[in-house]
Design a protein around this ligand. Structure first.
Ligand SMILES: [Zn+2]
Length: 391
């Protein structure tokens, strides 16, 4: 009897803890009704994966790098998506696979700002810091170095473009929350293209200034919708489609693959080559939300963008594609799946980031350098080496 009532007490305590956690959830708002329980999800948004051939000559010069970051993407996120997509993903054609360790300067468990800085600039910094070291000294990103070497550069993010991961490639601020300060770096940096949300950080600012004329002064055509962007085929362009974050999938439609394609169309016109970073931002938010559905839909959308990048690289032959993550979110695991139905059962061990190593998948010339286990800062070093840039 005592044991039973003790168990009852424990169960009701657990329920209470769960309820209070549910109230803290900010990302999903119960959108994914298709989840038959908290943990089982059946997708109807599968895609057909067209095989991608390996590049003919892996030893040619690397002209272009496409760095694709699945924010919060661990192995379980990849595998849940693969299972939901009938056991296949475009990702599987990036056959050089490694792992990177994500700890930051001051924490075993990184945040997106420190991890983004490590990937972009090759230095560990404190959580929260963007494009600066632990003493707030500005660091130089691979994007800036690519630009100094006459390459075209671009950023695409399914979030505010001023959010931590894309911002790590252009901004230098003590804290990732300085969105309006971060926006100013999009003018002063040598970017050629950026697409995402975050318009409010440019034109609804506390200083009452609009940065749109400044963007235009440095040569940007600023467009405000994906349809408007369809008409742009060349030149410097800024796509700021919403005041805050880009919607989650499927509400945002084919934003990520279409924007990836558009970026490739425009940047590839530079005969010196290009650097493009594409972030699938909301895999992380699905992980924070402990929602298998949110994770799966964001991962599948990311994979369709990866498909666009790989098709470009397959045809081009001089393009290195790197697909990785900044950290794992949710401590996710995958338990069961129905590969025919696209049904996946997963669980989470935390509402926060975990400290797990994250995968790196590479395709194209120079891809073999990405196998093995290494620190996240080495992704930057390996990109520099692939481009044959001086340090
Ligand atoms: Zn992150």
């Amino acid at each position: 009897m005592i044991n039973i009532s003790r168990q009852l007490l424990l169960i009701s305590l657990l329920i209470l803890v769960n309820i209070s956690w549910a109230q803290k959830k900010t990302y999903l708002d119960g959108k994914y009704k298709k989840e038959t329980s908290e943990n089982v999800y059946t997708t109807t948004n599968q895609h057909i994966v067209v095989p991608i051939a390996a590049v003919a000559d892996p030893n040619v010069e690397v002209k272009n790098i496409i760095l694709m970051i699945g924010d919060g993407m661990g192995i379980s996120h990849v595998f849940a998506a693969m299972s939901a997509n009938k056991d296949q993903l475009y990702l599987q054609y990036a056959k050089y696979i490694g792992f990177q360790k994500t700890k930051s300067k001051n924490s075993y468990k990184t945040d997106s700002a420190a991890a983004g800085t490590a990937l972009a600039c090759g230095k560990k910094t404190n959580n929260g810091a963007l494009g600066v070291d632990e003493n707030d000294k500005p660091l130089t990103s691979i994007l800036t170095i690519a630009s100094e070497n006459n390459k075209a550069t671009g950023l695409v993010g399914a979030c505010k473009i001023t959010h931590a991961t894309p911002a790590a490639f252009v901004a230098h601020v003590h804290s990732r929350g300085q969105y309006e300060d971060i926006a100013e770096f999009f003018i002063t940096n040598s970017l050629d293209l950026f697409i995402g949300g975050g318009l409010d950080d440019f034109n609804k600012r506390e200083d009452n200034q609009s940065l749109i004329p400044d963007l235009e002064d440095v040569g940007f055509k600023v467009v405000y919708s994906i349809e408007e962007m369809d008409n742009i085929h060349t030149g410097k362009v800024a796509g700021l489609y919403t005041g805050g974050h880009i919607d989650k999938y499927p509400e945002r439609g084919e934003f990520l693959p279409r924007s990836t394609n558009k970026a490739l169309e425009i940047l590839s016109q530079d005969t010196d080559g290009f650097f493009l970073m594409v972030e699938a931002s909301q895999i992380d938010w699905g992980g924070h939300d402990n929602s298998v559905g949110y994770v799966v839909e964001e991962m599948l959308d990311f994979d369709r963008a990866i498909g666009e990048a790989l098709k470009f690289a397959e045809k081009d032959g001089h393009t290195l594609v790197i697909i990785t993550s900044d950290h794992e979110t949710g401590g996710m695991s995958v338990h069961e799946a129905n590969l025919e139905k696209g049904e996946v059962e997963g669980r989470f061990t935390t509402g926060s980031h975990s400290s797990l190593m994250v995968p790196v998948f590479a395709y194209g010339p120079g891809a073999e350098a990405f196998i093995g286990i290494y620190e996240n800062t080495e992704v930057f070093e390996k990109m520099l080496a692939a481009y044959k840039f001086e340090k």
